[in-house]
Design a protein around this ligand. Structure first.
Ligand SMILES: Nc1nc2c(ncn2[C@@H]2O[C@H](COP(=O)(O)OP(=O)(O)OP(=O)(O)O)[C@@H](O)[C@H]2O)c(=O)[nH]1
Ligand SMILES: [Mg+2]
Length: 459
């Protein structure tokens, strides 16, 4: 995406009819273009960050009454002059106003172009720009909190702190190179070694946060598996609290996978109901369904192996799982239909031998469902999650941080092996490049295009 000094416009409210819609204009000609189609107060006299009411007209024809928000550069989202028009939310009106603006000299904004300009004008760094996209895409509280924390600069501050400390050492190494003939040491090697060790520790903590961070950002995948008629679809419906999947006492009711999302304590969980696992079925379609179930087991981060506790013991359930070659490592055994065998109480135990979890429920009578949800949440992110601490949620950041860590370790090794200053300086600069690529201090156009093209239009 090239930065061209033209003025861009886009509808930034959702597509479709609503009470109002918002059209955003940004660029050096924002005021002159809007003024040419606006009837009301002289926009050039209106204070920044204020509103004025007027009309949009085109060739003498009234298009709509609009409320105009004014943001003068540099105090705007993009850092440029920005005007936002609130018009009535008819799709026809929105499109008409956008067309009028384009005719008057604006260009249609590309996806993410407002945020791209904000990044180029140093209003936000790359981590913050990406968190804007995450915030817009967030559908649960955990996603919203973590995206907001990155937007407010939590991660950026932590990375800047690391960067500044290393920049200081880097400049000391540079001084040594500048005064090479005098053989002086500006960067005390013992101190430098200590600093690197502490920064590596800090980096490892950030890298470790990715395991949970990526679950928060992308959700947690849970497959519901088990024999036909075990009550898998009944369980899906109980988890969703609505009758989503067909339930019947005919074995083999579910043939295809059914995926639905549920928020558990603010965490996005994708549940996948699958076809019942049985061997030697003659039904071709059912066999395809079973293959898909096994595939889901592979993809899922957790499997709920549901069995009919009124017919089978826990041991038998474990054997059944084994016959399908499924490893019990990421499996919860869910003993269903306990209404048939026990008075209505639930039990959650850990199997002594396998460390697998056993949870008893009655999917039909909604018993044990909340306990099951809490057990899933615990497995996904545990109980000690601290949103105040910076967290890595984005795989791009994770990859760059891994490269940074490797480069920094390499610098430490080189220093401890007594390698010359010019090599240390070079290696440290490499480490800083990887660090800088996260916040966007160092970027290439392809990377920027990739990041911003995933934004929606109008942001
Ligand atoms: N008593 C009792 N019956 C249940 C319970 N859960 C499910 N059932 C019954 O068990 C039968 C099978 O339920 P489903 O949810 O369709 O089972 P499934 O595992 O999805 O079966 P397939 O899709 O064929 O693999 C239905 O008649 C349900 O009403 C339960 O907790 N208690
Ligand atoms: Mg089913």
């Amino acid at each position: 995406m090239d930065y061209i000094d033209d003025t861009i416009a886009a509808i930034c409210s959702p597509i479709g009819q609503g009470a109002i819609a918002i059209i955003r204009i940004s660029g050096s000609r924002a005021f002159s273009i809007v003024s040419s189609v606006f009837v009301g107060k002289d926009l050039s006299t209106i204070k920044s960050h204020s509103l004025t009411l007027g009309h949009i007209v085109s060739e003498g024809k009234l298009i709509d009454q609009v409320l105009v928000s004014i943001f003068r550069n540099p105090k705007s989202y993009t850092g440029e002059d920005v005007i936002e028009l609130q018009c009535h939310g008819s799709v026809f009106i929105q499109k008409s106003i956008l067309t009028v603006l384009i005719k008057a000299g604006c260009r249609h904004a590309n996806p993410g172009e407002f945020s791209y300009r904000a990044f180029l004008n140093n209003k936000i760094d790359l981590v913050q720009a990406e968190s804007v996209a995450d915030l817009i895409a967030s559908s649960t509280e955990a996603q919203q909190i973590s995206a907001l924390s990155n937007l407010s600069g939590q991660l950026t501050h932590s990375l800047k702190d690391v960067k500044n400390k290393l920049l200081h050492v880097s400049s000391m190494l540079q001084l040594e190179l500048d005064f090479a003939e005098e053989d002086v040491v500006f960067a005390d090697r013992t101190e430098f070694d200590k600093l690197i060790s502490s920064l590596l520790h800090q980096t490892n903590q950030l890298l470790n946060s990715f395991q949970i961070g990526s679950i928060i950002r992308n959700g947690f995948k849970v497959a519901i598996i088990g024999a036909p008629n075990a009550g898998k679809s009944t369980l899906l419906n109980a988890l969703l609290n609505r009758k989503r999947a067909i339930v019947s006492d005919i074995p083999g009711t579910t043939r295809d996978t059914i995926e639905e999302e549920v928020s558990i304590n603010g965490l996005l969980v994708h549940f996948i109901d699958t076809a019942g696992l049985r061997q030697n079925s003659n039904d071709i379609i059912e066999n395809i369904g079973i293959e898909r179930s096994i595939e889901q087991v592979r993809i899922a981060q957790l499997n709920l192996f549901v069995y009919d506790a009124s017919q089978y013991s826990f041991n038998e359930a474990q054997q059944h799982l084994e016959t399908f070659g499924i490893n019990s490592e990421k499996v919860f055994f869910v003993a269903n239909k306990i209404d048939k065998v026990l008075p209505m109480n639930t039990l959650e135990t850990k199997d002594k031998n396998t460390d697998s979890k056993l949870i008893s429920i009655s999917a039909q009578f909604n018993e044990g469902i909340e306990e099951l949800k809490q057990a899933i949440f615990q497995t996904a992110i545990g109980s000690n999650i601290d949103f105040e601490k910076p967290m890595i949620t984005n795989v791009r950041h994770f990859d760059a941080l891994c490269l940074f860590k490797d480069a920094l370790s390499q610098t430490q090794d080189s220093m401890n092996n007594g390698l010359p200053t010019d090599l240390l300086s070079f290696e440290l600069k490499q480490a800083l490049i990887h660090l800088g690529s996260i916040t966007g201090d160092i970027t290439n156009d392809q990377q920027l295009d990739y990041i911003f093209s995933k934004f929606c239009i109008g942001k």
